[in-house]
Each structure stands twice: as C-alpha cells, then as structure tokens.
Write a protein that binds this ligand. Structure first.
Ligand code: KIV
Ligand code: NA
Length: 275
C-alpha cells in the first residue's frame, strides 16, 4: 500500500526513521520498492548522475516528467516525490502549473523545491492547490553558484539563524517535509526538534527524522565524485565493468554464444535448404 502524507507525520511522532532514496528509471524504482524504501525521490540530480551534466541547472520539466513516469511504473506502491527543476517555479502561476504537470502527467505524489523563507508564498500556493510539497534548504544545488559552490551551509551564526527561520517559514507554508542538505548536525538536530514536519537529511547528521541518498552514489555506480556524506553500500560499477569486460573477451575468443544460446532447425529442412 502506498503511504500517504499523514503517515510520515506519524513516523516522526513515533520516531521511526524515514528511509528515502532517489530513483530515475523503471529498474531502480523497482529495486527501491522491493527493498521497502519509504519514499522515492526523482531528484533533479538525474541531470548529473543519469544525463552527465555538471550541474542540475540544465534539467527541464520534460526530463523530470519523462523520468517520473518510468519511476511510477517501476514503483506503483511507493510514495514518489519529484523535484521541480531550475526555473520551473519563479512565480506562483508558473509554479502552480508546473507542479500540477509533475503530479498529473508524471504520476508523482508530491513535489520538492529548493529555497527558504522567500519561497514560502510559492510553496503555500502549491499546497493550497492540493499538492503536497517537500522543502529543501541548506546546500541547494540549483543555486550553488550563488552559495559559492557545493559547500556546507549554516556553519556560522548568521547563516545558522537563517536556516532556522527558513525551516519555520516552510512549516508555516504547509510543507509535508524539509530536506536538509549539507548543514552541521547541530543545526539539523535543532530544526528537527523545533518543527512539526519531518526533516530528511543528506549530510545533516543522524538526528533528522529521515535520510536520503542518491542511488548512484550509494551503489557505487560511478566514481566521478563522492561527497563526504555518502556511504557506499555496493560497488556496482566494478561488477558491471567486470561483466562487460568478460563479454567482450568471450565474443573475441568465440566462447560466446555457446550452443545453449543457439536456435536450431531439423536436419531435413537444413538438407532441403542447403544440401
Ligand atoms: O536531486 C536530488 O537528488 C536531491 C537530493 C540530494 C536531496 O535533491
Ligand atoms: Na534535487
């Protein structure tokens, strides 16, 4: 059974941790569902880990809808959150129509967007239209250039204070959850205690109500870049490359395909055809 919004508030109340993971296509969504993740995130990180861009900025609404549809088909019983891509929520009107498309066309259960206090009016409009919203503060990759790169946020007095304000503003605006990315564990703990909505951390320590990781990072799908907060649970790249290498070797050495991979026909027909 697909979980619903109140269920995640209940999990926070009962201090049962929320395990969230990204997925971007049918097989990965299927794996996540089979492994019982509580929520799947179709993150705009897909721009980097699936499409090979060096930031999330080039990701479009069409990309997000395309991948969300595949994820929904792979995980029909799992709560799916989808990221609103860069520049898809600059005003209330544009945000409403794009959030609506991600739900109606993509099949997601909720949308996620980056930004604090100043995005509260946009978030409020989306939630009031009946679409659950997950916030995202701290390191916000879509605006990493303004933040000075992919760096920890909220380490000094002023920025830590601002994060607290942002969290409260999002709560007030009606979010169903807040993603806390790359902030000190102390700040994440305090936010988690102060707000009634579930916090989901990535690089935000163990006191958050839930955790999220990028599936390509945690399964070791490639080795281009590994943030400090990632734990690698499997080494899929080396398994994959070993398998492919063996295939290449066997094709060249003519040991693949074997007779067990062949189709045959009766001797009489062969005779008739080819003498
Ligand atoms: O796009 C993404 O994968 C995310 C998570 C890192 C929270 O926003
Ligand atoms: Na994202």
């Amino acid at each position: 059974m697909r979980k619903t919004v109140p269920y995640f508030f209940q999990m926070k109340a009962e201090q049962e941790r929320i395990a969230m993971l990204t997925a971007y296509d049918y097989p990965m969504a299927h794996w996540a569902e089979e492994a019982n993740v509580d929520m799947i995130l179709v993150g705009d990180s897909l721009g980097m880990v699936v499409l090979g861009y060096d930031s999330t900025v080039p990701v479009t609404m069409a990309d997000m809808i395309h991948h969300t549809k595949a994820v929904r088909r792979g995980a029909p019983e799992t709560f799916v959150v989808v990221d609103m891509p860069f520049m898809s929520y600059p005003t209330v009107d544009i945000a409403l129509s794009n959030a609506g498309r991600l739900i109606q066309e993509g099949g997601a259960d909720a949308v996620k967007l980056e930004g604090g206090e100043s995005y509260a009016p946009i978030i409020k409009a989306i939630t009031q239209a009946g679409i659950p919203v997950v916030g995202h503060i701290g390191l916000t990759p879509q605006t990493a250039t303004q933040l000075g790169g992919f760096k920890v946020q909220g380490r000094d007095f002023e920025t830590a204070k601002q994060l607290m304000c942002d969290a409260h503003a999002l709560e007030e605006a009606g979010v169903m959850g807040i993603t806390l990315e790359a902030i000190p564990a102390e700040v994440a703990k305090r936010i988690t205690q102060e707000v009634t909505v579930p916090t989901i951390g990535i690089g935000a320590g163990k006191e958050c109500d839930g955790q999220v990781l990028v599936i390509h990072d945690m399964l070791g799908m490639f080795d281009r870049f590994k943030p400090k907060f990632v734990k690698t649970y499997a080494d899929i790249k080396s398994i994959a490359v070993d398998g492919i290498r063996q295939y290449v070797t066997e094709v060249k050495g003519q040991s693949f395909p074997g007779s067990e991979h062949e189709f045959s026909m009766s001797k009489e027909v062969v005779e008739k055809l080819y003498g």
